[in-house]
Write a protein that binds this ligand. Structure first.
Ligand SMILES: Cc1ncc(COP(=O)(O)O)c(C=O)c1O
Length: 435
């Protein structure tokens, strides 16, 4: 196949591979010839072939698998949060909130219509901006910040990275990591640098190594890390801020997705002197994923760049949605329901964790919608055994940053919505499957 690739400069060679791909001659997964072989066939210097492959990799058209060579990139299907499609099994891997714990928007919907909003008006609802500023100010004391409204946390992360980075830039991600962050980084052509997470959040050595590695952005979940449930301890946050003190322009993105439902205090990587930061709070977990709205508090330069990136495309998040969210967020009844939901998730998960611990299965009753449990057999073995008993479990392998990592021994279980009978059955089946 190397005889079909032509060119004597790096860009011509890259163009030729691109056109073979566009014409379907090279399909997803097709291997490209080794650099040495291509250089010999084309009569070019080895560095020219290396540069061509680098250009293609930066454009996301090929994937370099190190010693295994370079292949044409495909539209790999990726694991997603939420219900699995087409299954008759009881799905215990969804990561979803309980629909019965999402406040009914109907009363608020009656109150949101006012005058029409036209082109050229401020993109953020004035009252929501005021409310969000007060909410964020409590956790960003002595900081100047500006509010941006986005279509959810994942949207905010994607835009934040896009305004700060170029293809092939390195981004520090927690390992194991929230699925959408893994995919955003991969699909946008950035390089993920893994920072291990333990019970107190990102490790100090891990973050230091990532910064030494040249990361330009860090995505951190300060509370209820997905999938482990870990939250930053005050001590760990202090140590991480000290490491970050020498890198004030590295963009810190804090995805505080569990905010109002969290049982933990908010601890932060963002020191008062840090220059580029974003604290994101989505309403998805407590007002429902379909609300598709998040608040981001950022430094003003980042806010300006975000606004610029919004202008040609989505332009703004509908004011109807903004007003709906605000009406609910300022309604005492709704907020009481959110507080009750927070207590409910914590109680259900801690009861389940205690039941497992009584059988010698390690499960921290950490923060979040799901439980992260550790088992002696590989997670895939346990998941197969559970499948035979009617359960669809999600293994820790999905959340690993390195696809070639050792098989996981963790499951992430979403069990807060099980009935007592289902809980009894699942505990018994887990105990049997974990042997
Ligand atoms: C860490 C984390 N961030 C963000 C989200 C989703 O936020 P949104 O629906 O606002 O995009 C989730 C949902 O599971 C999550 O676990």
């Amino acid at each position: 196949m190397s005889d079909q690739i032509t060119g004597t400069t790096a860009s011509d060679i890259a163009d030729s591979v691109r056109s073979l791909r566009d014409r379907g001659i090279l399909g997803a997964g097709s291997p490209l010839p080794p650099v040495r072989e291509l250089a010999a066939t084309l009569g070019v210097n080895r560095n020219t072939a290396v540069a061509a492959y680098r250009q293609l990799a930066q454009a996301g058209l090929v994937i370099s698998r190190g010693r295994a060579g370079t292949v044409i990139a495909g539209l790999e299907s990726v694991a997603q949060e939420g219900y699995a499609a087409n299954t008759v099994l009881r799905d215990i891997g969804t990561g979803n909130p309980d629909p019965r714990r999402i406040p009914d928007p109907a009363p608020a919907l009656m109150n949101i219509a006012s005058r029409p909003v036209l082109y050229g008006e401020p993109v953020i609802d004035r009252d929501l901006n005021k409310w969000a500023t007060e909410w964020m100010a409590k956790d960003l004391p002595d900081r100047e910040f500006q509010i941006t409204i986005t279509s959810g946390a994942v949207d905010a992360v994607e835009r934040l990275l896009a305004q700060a980075l170029m293809r092939d830039d390195a981004v520090a991600l927690e390992d194991p990591c929230f699925l959408a962050s893994i995919h955003t980084v991969r699909l946008s052509g950035y390089r993920a640098v893994a920072v291990p997470v333990d019970a107190e959040g990102m490790t100090v050595d891990g973050l230091r190594a990532a910064l030494d590695n040249g990361v330009r952005a860090i995505i951190c979940t300060p509370r209820a890390q997905n999938p482990t449930g870990a939250s930053l301890s005050a001590q760990r946050a202090t140590a991480l801020r000290a490491v970050l003190a020498d890198y004030p322009y590295v963009l810190i993105i804090e995805d505080d997705h569990f905010s109002m439902l969290s049982q933990q205090p908010y601890e932060s990587l963002i020191a008062p002197a840090h220059r580029r930061f974003a604290l994101i709070r989505s309403v998805s977990k407590f007002l429902g994923p379909d609300m598709c709205l998040a608040v981001a508090a950022t430094d003003s330069e980042t806010a300006d760049r975000l606004a610029m990136r919004l202008s040609p495309g989505t332009t703004w998040v509908s004011h109807l949605l903004q007003r709906l969210a605000l009406t609910q967020l300022t309604d005492e009844t709704v907020m009481a329901e959110v507080a009750a939901a927070a207590a409910h998730y914590a109680e259900r998960n801690s009861l389940f964790a205690a039941r497992l611990r009584a059988h010698g299965i390690h499960a921290d009753a950490a923060d979040g919608l799901s439980l992260w449990i550790e088992l002696p057999p590989t997670a895939r073995t346990v998941a197969e055994r559970l499948m035979r008993r009617g359960w669809l479990a999600r293994t820790g392998d999905d959340f690993a940053l390195d696809e070639r990592a050792e098989p996981s021994h963790h499951l992430r279980l979403t069990v807060h919505d099980l009935t007592d009978d289902e809980t009894d059955a699942l505990v018994a089946d887990l105990v049997a499957a974990a042997r």
